[in-house]
Design a protein. Structure first.
Length: 277
């Protein structure tokens, strides 16, 4: 099969998936703002946050971008996801995700694709109590470096709701927290991926119904002045992106706190805070 045929098949699969998801997403009534900020040509890098219920951002962000400007989004997956099998692997592949190597990111940008990255990776998913909606980027700045190299605008996209689907039961510095970090190391070979115990409805792992809140930010220009060094500009872009994303997360949490429909109680649906876009 040629590369052109592969691209056409992927587009058809993503389109069919979006059509199938539309009634479900409409029923869940997510809050969305900032879609008008998306560059119409689809040439931009989306930078988002991961949550405990990571499929929310993985599904909703590409869906709303496609709905708004008609382009597919190519997520860059953490290398840990290369080990996935079965339905999870099929879903990630169907959504056009690729393992997030620098070479893969450059190739997608060279092709003018809309790219999605979560700098926190898998470690930002496994949160402990008190770490809800916090970023875990450490020294990761590759996304900024490559966006600058390709002069790709960056659009932040914050999602709130996913860290409320499950409740972390322990804190990172507790005894069980240390056991979780040990288990994560043994199972994944990585000290930054933990096995934090969580609960959903009651003491079960049934997800708690939660409304999702998304905010797409203003595009951030990454073009570097010749007078500014690559290192200095990379640091400045990363800080700006992180600050914008953290501010959006705080704002969405304030909106969620006053929303009668935040837990998707049918009684509160008629009073749900409406999306501004």
């Amino acid at each position: 099969m040629t590369e052109e045929n592969d691209s056409g098949l992927l587009e058809a699969v993503v389109g069919a998936g979006a059509a199938a998801l539309a009634p479900v997403i409409t029923c869940c009534h997510p809050y969305v703002r900032g879609l008008a900020n998306l560059p119409a040509d689809g040439r931009f890098l989306l930078v988002g946050n991961h949550t405990l219920f990571s499929m929310a951002e993985v599904v909703l962000i590409p869906y709303f971008v496609r709905t708004a400007i008609g382009t597919r989004v190519r997520p860059l997956a953490d290398r840990q996801f290369a080990r996935m099998t079965g339905i999870q692997a099929a879903l990630v592949t169907a959504y056009g995700a690729v393992i997030g190597t620098p070479a893969a990111a450059r190739r997608l940008m060279d092709e003018g694709e809309s790219v999605l990255v979560f700098p926190g990776g898998a470690r930002e998913i496994s949160k402990y109590r008190g770490e809800e909606y916090t970023l875990s980027w450490q020294n990761r700045d590759g996304f900024a470096r490559i966006a600058i190299e390709k002069e790709y605008p960056i659009v932040t996209v914050a999602l709130v709701g996913g860290d409320d689907v499950y409740t972390s039961m322990v804190r990172r510095d507790s005894t069980l927290g240390r056991v979780g970090r040990w288990a994560g190391q043994r199972l994944t070979g990585r000290s930054d991926i933990t096995m934090s115990p969580v609960r959903g409805v009651g003491l079960t792992l049934i997800p708690k119904p939660q409304r999702m809140y998304l905010a797409f930010g203003q595009p951030i220009d990454t073009c570097r002045s010749p007078q500014t060094s690559v290192e200095a500009w990379t640091g400045a872009v990363k800080r700006r992106v992180q600050q914008d994303l953290e501010a959006a997360l705080l704002d969405l949490q304030r909106i969620r706190a006053t929303d009668p429909y935040r837990r998707m109680n049918p009684v509160g649906r008629s009073s749900a805070i409406p999306s501004p876009c």
